[in-house]
Design a protein around this ligand. Structure first.
Ligand code: FES
Length: 338
């Protein structure tokens, strides 16, 4: 039996039990204590905290995300750190207005559909064995069978659809999960194991400004969840979506969003953008260039940005040049989830 230690999370003063083989982040999220995290595998540094007391094993934390001098200063990455004694940590546990924290749970799923929806892009529908509660934009962690590793994918379904999740997956050549499994052998009827919800990239109900959503490739998934949630719950919000792909063949759900635009002309506008070709019905150029040409200023808006890191960085620069502050921009970088 693995030993169990007591983890105290300051400044909340809340305590959770954590097994010696369990990442401290996992124990906290399962107990409903939200702490910042993104990649969940030791590369982004989002979950870095200070250890006030006790010993941890830093696990697979990359030396870039957690440098040697930081280890010496008593910092750790919670997604990798496992306790070696009772531990006290200090984390950024600020809770936002109107946001509920949902504890992480384990699920057994059955694949309901596998669809090639665009070049090197698949849509998975997975039926869960029980309901998942989450904020629109959050992600799940899917176990890759027989490997002992997991990959994270955002849910594209709104929280109201709590028994069937929709994932969008881009193929990474040679990738363990995509090339080696999802684009190879995964089929309807297969059983999968996953956990969730994770992540801080989700719709902020307290932000009432018009929303600018910018998505690159399968960065569309969490944005789709947000847009569906807002429109289907009748929330009084205006949203414009810029979705970018290289060619029309790389785009998906175009007809879906066009229909949504027709159904909600006052609340939703859709701008599909192609960077590498011209085609009828699409804007031409990078999403950021199209946005920059269309909007004189972004002042008075809130932005949600999701996609590959270079696109996210470009979007941030464009939005800030158009008078949006970092506090008005919510972002999710897609780390290599091959
Ligand atoms: Fe822990 Fe990314 S390093 S969440």
């Amino acid at each position: 039996m693995p030993a169990t230690y007591r983890v105290t999370v300051e400044p909340l003063g809340q305590q959770v039990d954590c097994r010696e083989d369990q990442p401290i982040l996992d124990a906290c999220l399962r107990a409903g204590i939200w702490l910042p995290h993104a990649c969940t595998h030791g590369t982004c540094g989002t979950c870095k905290v200070e250890i006030l007391d006790g010993e941890v094993d830093h696990g697979d934390a990359s030396t870039f995300a957690l440098m040697d001098f930081e280890r010496d200063e008593g910092k750790t990455l919670l997604c990798c750190a496992r306790p070696r004694s009772d531990v006290t940590i200090e984390g950024d546990v600020e809770v936002e207005e109107g946001v509920t924290t949902y504890p992480v749970r384990d699920f057994v799923g059955t694949v309901a559909a596998v669809e090639d929806c665009a070049t090197d892009t698949r849509r998975l529908l997975i039926d869960l064995d029980h309901d998942i509660a989450f904020n629109p934009g959050q992600y799940v962690s899917l176990e890759v069978p027989g490997t002992g590793v997991s990959r994270t994918y955002s849910m594209a379904n709104p929280p109201a659809e709590s028994r069937r999740i929709e994932l969008h997956i881009r193929r990474t050549p040679g990738g363990l999960a995509s090339d080696g499994w999802i684009f190879k052998t995964l089929a309807p009827g297969d059983t999968v194991r996953l956990s969730g919800p994770y992540g801080r990239f989700f719709w902020r109900p307290a932000r009432t400004e018009p929303a600018i959503c910018i998505a690159g490739g399968t960065g569309l998934a969490p944005i789709k969840a947000m847009i569906r949630h807002v429109l289907e719950t009748g929330a009084d919000r205006e949203i414009i979506l810029y979705h970018g792909g290289r060619t029309a063949a790389h785009m998906y759900d175009v007809d879906y969003f066009r229909a949504l635009e027709e159904a909600h002309p006052d609340r939703f506008r859709y701008r599909p953008c192609l960077s590498d070709e011209q085609a009828a019905g699409y804007q031409t150029g990078l999403v950021t260039d199209v946005l920059a040409a269309e909007m004189d200023t972004c002042r008075g808006h809130v932005a949600y940005v999701c996609g590959p890191p270079p696109m996210v960085e470009a979007a941030l620069r464009t939005l800030m040049a158009k008078r949006l502050f970092p506090r008005d921009i919510y972002r999710e970088d897609f780390y290599d989830a091959s």
